[in-house]
Design a protein around this ligand. Structure first.
Ligand SMILES: O=C(O)C1=C[C@@H](OP(=O)(O)O)[C@@H](O)[C@H](O)C1
Ligand SMILES: C=C(OP(=O)(O)O)C(=O)O
Length: 439
């Protein structure tokens, strides 16, 4: 499906979708438990892959009026009777690779073209180091994967600057392994807030896990030199249920749409604070001169069309914000410098190059370095163009925002891939007043 967008004036209010990151973890945590009710889950393709995996390991996931009713496998996953297809979901593949290492047999994990080109090597090495079998069928560190267990747990070292999902996978599985897992980071942790999300959710399931500081003390994930999780724990959700908060990665598009195109302002609902690093989008837009107001109590964000100025942003902790910030930078006056972004190249696509190329087609002046993306706002006059979505939901949504203000028509190709995290994105934009046509 292609989508064509022309300059629009937005108004009204929209509710943020539930968090994809929390939904994945809640479904899997319920699987590691005897079960749980996951309230307000994100109903999109990526969490569906995690639900399929939980069922493959012997659980059951069914939709109910109140959310997802999950029957778990109580920390003892069956050996799946078929290959687990993680589709486009890196979070699913990493997290359930940890689960597969607990099963007394072999699990085969695959995914779509994009997912089978993303790095799994450090997690495979870690599982091997813990006594499991962990292989890439093509011996290139990429899926399809063959994972064998059960691992007893133990001590392992792993790089922190490829994917924080490896840490999440080991912590969630280590909690129900006999010996627990002690992780030493070989390099600085990137995307650290996602491990904070994991620690926060584990605590709500009664599971103890913690970061370890360089001095062996207790620190937040960003300052950690490692992590540890004791073994033989039981996942027990408070009150037998877990409620998923709003998704700030998705909120970033709605907030940006407001400061780009909402003369009278728009309101985003379902924006309560949580451990999500992408809550930083509020402060970043404020720093750009955006007229934005976050009522944390109410969980609402008001955003109005503003004159934006360029800004320097380190996305080491917030990789998923790069596409949104790049689009804002293409409209802002002055230079926007996005730093510490090398790991953003390992997502559904190389998002640094994709945003440089596609915004360039729309008339933006962009300079790309290995670990940095610079958008020269003063030399950027956005005009409508046909741009590629790269089968990447975040590229599609960020380019659609650019189409709201670019002179003329912007057509985003392959726009259906928003289904992984924000399936009704275009309906929401349309209801806010965007001039959108689906082809
Ligand atoms: O743990 C998670 O839920 C996620 C972690 C991040 O990936 P990396 O840790 O690989 O950077 C992020 O890009 C992804 O969208 C979701
Ligand atoms: C990279 C993302 O997710 P995943 O790693 O689960 O594919 C994302 O949502 O931007």
């Amino acid at each position: 499906m292609d989508v064509t967008i022309t300059p629009s004036s937005l108004r009204g209010s929209a509710r943020a979708p539930p968090s994809k990151s929390y939904t994945h973890r809640a479904i899997l945590a319920a699987g590691y438990a005897d079960g749980a009710l996951v309230r307000e889950p994100l109903d999109s393709a990526d969490p569906h892959a995690t639900a399929r995996a939980v069922e493959a390991f012997g659980g059951d996931v069914s939709e109910s009026d109140d959310g997802l009713a999950v029957e778990g496998f109580a920390g003892r996953p069956d050996v799946p009777d078929d290959v687990i297809d993680c589709a486009n979901s890196g979070t699913t593949m990493r997290l359930v690779t940890g689960t597969a290492a607990l099963a007394d047999g072999l699990t085969v994990l695959t995914g779509d073209d994009s997912l089978r080109s993303r790095p799994q090597g450090p997690l495979l090495d870690a599982i091997g180091g813990l006594g499991g079998r962990a292989e890439s069928t093509r011996h290139n560190g990429q899926a399809p994967l063959v994972i064998g267990g059960p691992i007893p747990g133990g001590e392992v070292s792993i790089p922190g600057d490829v994917s924080s999902q490896y840490i999440t996978a080991l912590l969630m599985a280590g909690a129900v392994a006999e010996e627990g897992i002690e992780i030493e980071l070989e390099t600085e942790l990137k995307s650290a807030p996602y491990v904070d999300i994991t620690l926060e959710l584990l605590a709500e399931f009664g599971v103890e896990a913690e970061p370890v500081g360089a001095d062996g003390g207790e620190v937040r994930s960003a300052g950690a030199s490692g992590f540890r999780v004791p073994g033989n724990q039981s996942y027990e959700p408070e009150g037998g249920e877990y409620r998923v908060p709003g998704d700030f990665s998705s909120i970033s598009y709605l907030l940006a749409a407001g400061v780009l195109a909402a003369e009278e302002g728009l309101t985003v609902r379902g924006a309560k604070p949580s451990a999500q690093g992408d809550t930083a989008i509020v402060e970043i837009v404020e720093r750009m001169g955006g007229d934005v107001e976050w009522d944390r109590e109410e969980g609402t964000i008001e955003a109005s069309k503003s004159d934006l100025s360029g800004v320097e942003v380190d996305v080491g902790d917030t990789p998923d914000l790069l596409p949104t910030i790049a689009t804002l930078g293409a409209v802002a006056n002055g230079e926007t410098r996005i730093t510490d972004c090398e790991h953003v190249r390992y997502k559904e696509t190389d998002r640094v190059s994709a945003m440089a190329d596609e915004l360039g087609k729309m008339g933006a002046s962009v300079t790309e370095h290995e670990d940095e993306l610079v958008i020269h706002g003063d030399e950027s006059e956005l005009s409508g163009a046909t741009v590629e979505g790269h089968d990447d939901h975040r590229i599609i949504m960020a380019l659609s925002l650019a189409g709201l203000v670019a002179e003329g028509e912007t057509t985003v190709r392959g726009a259906e891939h928003v289904d992984v995290s924000f399936p009704d994105f275009f309906d929401v934009l349309y209801d806010l007043g965007a001039a959108i046509e689906e082809q």
